[in-house]
Write a protein that binds this ligand. Structure first.
Ligand SMILES: NC(=[NH2+])NCCC[C@H](N)C(=O)O
Ligand SMILES: [Mn+2]
Ligand SMILES: [Mn+2]
Length: 316
């Protein structure tokens, strides 16, 4: 894994209609992200936030039913350039949302330098809607479809090319709220999905073993797009579209630790944290803890490299 991490904040709330998710990047930083990563040996470079139009000034009047199309597209275009720049500089991009529409820009930046990007989509939802199938017109429910090349050209053409990912390079984990059109698309494209049913039945260990093996066969560049609503709302309450019966905090740690061990993740984003809906800053703290595990933090073994001297003295 690259030793230098670039944090990119994206205060985007135009991909959905609940206010507050634009404060996600601040909440995650406030929960101690940089320090946590420095403690496990990374050099952290905070690139600041991408400039996104604010909701009250956003243009909603488009000739489609897509909400805030133009401003979502603009923010994502800037994000894609920043992500590409970070990749070119050989640093690990860690993108903080913002609503999940920002995956459009992240993937557009990442896929610029590879035709074979793998994606883990950790989410209660598929985000596989198009204008035709979307029940809401919210672009955060369309970002994966857009990245497959399906949707409004103002979105699919971000970065100047399309598509960004191949359906066979995607694994969705945690799905439990899929719209009819999304289910059809999953079947049509043969996208690999582990719904909550498979997670309950097989256990997270097996789900991750299979997911890792599946992606390793296809690529050595894997992006983790983690929507906090993939977790159960009891563990991650600060999200705009919670769905009960989700992945637990512990299962999520295990999943992140297994990804760290497999050493396959080359970029990541953590999205949909809405501090207004949160309990204190719990969901951002969960995100920071998961990011720690994803990037190699261990509870005990290898502690010398990972924890503060005070804690180390207690362990020994
Ligand atoms: N990134 C998210 N939280 N997406 C939620 C999407 C909800 C619903 N499927 C829609 O398209 O409107
Ligand atoms: Mn999502
Ligand atoms: Mn979701």
């Amino acid at each position: 894994m690259k030793k230098e991490i670039s944090i990119i904040g994206v205060p985007m709330d135009l991909g959905q209609t609940r206010r507050g998710v634009d404060m996600g990047p601040s909440a995650i930083r406030y929960a101690g992200l940089s320090e946590r990563l420095e403690n496990i040996g990374y050099t952290v470079r905070d690139e600041g936030d991408i400039k996104v139009e604010i909701q009250e000034r956003a243009q909603s009047d488009s000739d489609t039913n897509l909400k805030n199309l133009q401003d979502v597209a603009e923010g994502n275009e800037k994000l894609s350039q920043k992500v590409d720049e970070v990749i070119q500089a050989n640093r690990f991009p860690l993108v903080l949302g913002g609503d999940h529409s920002i995956a459009i820009g992240t993937l557009a930046g990442l896929a610029k330098s590879t035709e074979n990007l793998g994606v883990i989509w950790y989410d209660a939802h598929g985000d596989l809607n198009t204008a035709e199938t979307s029940p809401s017109g919210n672009i955060h429910g369309m970002s994966l479809a857009v990245s497959l090349g399906l949707g409004h050209p103002a979105l699919t053409n971000i970065g100047g090319y399309s598509p960004k990912v191949k359906p066979e390079n995607i694994v969705i984990i945690g799905a439990r709220s899929l719209d009819q059109g999304e289910k059809e698309l999953i079947r049509e494209k043969g996208i690999k999905v582990y719904t909550m049913h498979e997670i309950d039945r097989m256990g997270m260990t097996k789900v991750m073993e299979e997911s890792i093996a599946y992606l390793k066969e296809r690529t050595n560049l894997v992006h983790l797009s983690l929507d906090l609503d993939g977790l159960d709302p009891d563990d991650a309450p600060g999200v705009g579209t919670p769905v009960m019966g989700g992945i637990s905090y512990r299962e999520s740690h295990l999943a992140m630790e297994m990804l760290a061990e497999a050493n396959i993740i080359t970029s990541a984003e953590f999205v949909e944290i809405n501090p207004i809906l949160d309990e204190h800053n719990k969901t951002a703290e969960v995100a920071v803890a998961l990011i720690g595990s994803l990037l190699g933090e261990k509870l005990l073994y290898g502690a010398e490299e990972h924890i503060t001297p005070d804690l180390l003295a207690q362990v020994k």
